[in-house]
Design a protein around this ligand. Sequence first.
Ligand code: FVH
Length: 290
Amino acid sequence: MSDTPVTVLGLGAMGTALACALLKAGFRTTVWNRTAAKAEALAGEGARHAATVAEAVEASPLVVVCLLDHDSVHDTLAPVAGALSGKAVTNLTSGKPRQARELAAWAADRGVDYLDGGIMAVPPMIATPAAFILYSGPRDVFETHRAALDAMARSEYLGEDVGLASLYDIALLSAMYGMFAGILHAHALIRSEDIKAADFAPMLGSWLNGMSGAATGVAARIDQGDYAQGVVSNLAMQEAGFHHLLETAEEQGVSPELLAPLAPLMTRRVADGHGHEDLSGLVELLRTRA
Ligand code: FVH
């Protein structure tokens, strides 16, 4: 059994998976949930079930929070601020960078060490090699509690700026939803000819795997602000081809609405004289703040 007790606040699907992982790794784990019945199964596996948030916070120097949203975190922690003083809170609830910074300031005013986190996994992935959790905030707090954090998933520490974990989390999820938009559109096209999705899926997966390598080249062009370097498929050509994608969707009886927002950006960039460049230059049109 590990020396450091850990408290988990929130036993939804994710909080339960986190608490299970801590128990399996040998941490003395105290759990609390608003709906107490959800703690029963974990108590059967060795968790200590705290009846109140205050009792749960009292039990451990590290408090892992995994609740629905920012408001539920604030509403849960505010009444026990005094008991949290001198302890570390690791908040794994999804949120925005601004909210992480607000909570960190709130915690600092009360003598609470605050780490923000972003879970890059679904509950069944917790404590498997596929899962990782992003952290930002004071490095010494991260290092002090690293053993417990590593028991839940591979830890990726991003830096002292507490807003970084949620920024990376949201960036990664945004990329994922963009990919899902493409996958759904592709399946809608295939189904328009009554082809089974399962017959198409292996080819789609192979294509997406191959294309994922482009992320590195895109990053190099963005960092250098040079979208003309090493261009393989120039934007003018892609812009012309992209209209065929949208027209084909219409002709096949498929709504192009998931893909359509890209077209005016491509057209604008070409009209601005960047047709010889790479698609990655569209990032210049997305910034709305200097
Ligand atoms: N599940 C997932 O796939 C994703 C993966 C990435 C990270 N997210 C985030 O993790 C947070 C928790 O997600 P979850 O899956 O555990 O969510 P639920 O199963 O819906 O459980 C929600 C828990 O929050 C409690 N809760 C809700 N409102 C309040 C409140 N006002 N005061 C106190 N607790 C509250 C709820 O309690 P109860 O309904 O059981 O009483 C659950 O414990 C989330 O940020 C995801 O975005 C998961």
